[in-house]
Design a protein. Sequence first.
Length: 208
Amino acid sequence: LHLHDYYSTLDGLNSPEEYMVRAKELGMTHLAQTNHGTLLGHREFQKAAKSAGIVPILGVEAYISPTDRFDRRSKNKRSDGTNVYNHLIILAQGETGIKTLQALNEKAWTEGFYNKPRIDMELLEDNNEGLIVLSGCLNSMLCKAIEAGNIQEAHNIALEFKRILGDRFYIEVQAHNPIPMNRALFEIADSNGIKPVVTSDCHYARKE
């Protein structure tokens, strides 16, 4: 389960404490926070998790450029029709991962910023020690390639992440995805020896 955007765009509704209460009710032991492009919520999330006896997994839903972080062409000027701001889930493993994540996010804001803080594959290749990366939601490079019918390109994207991260890269599958999308994601995972991971993209503690 990863929580989104209590601190950035209010894409999520509840406070960290409210999420922890619900996680305990559901018998969960770990909870991740992945705000859009920012690490701002980490400290409060970490404190709430510690108080509740939940293990916090600190991360970010990064924006990754399909070209490079210095590409500042607007979407309507891109002949290839690529999305300027693709999503990618990055999670920290321990202290090493936190330091790497902080360095990576700083580069996103200082070098890659174009309306949003962006990384690229070059930055990820140079800054990935202690990180786990999930391919991302329907707005990911992988899903966008599948959606466009570019299945070979989707395979190539997955293999490039695998080349950089090895077994620290996972294909992300979500229950609310269209069924054909999830089938394609599982096929890409199986074909390329990449483990899939099922996540719940959580924006509120309780449905009501």
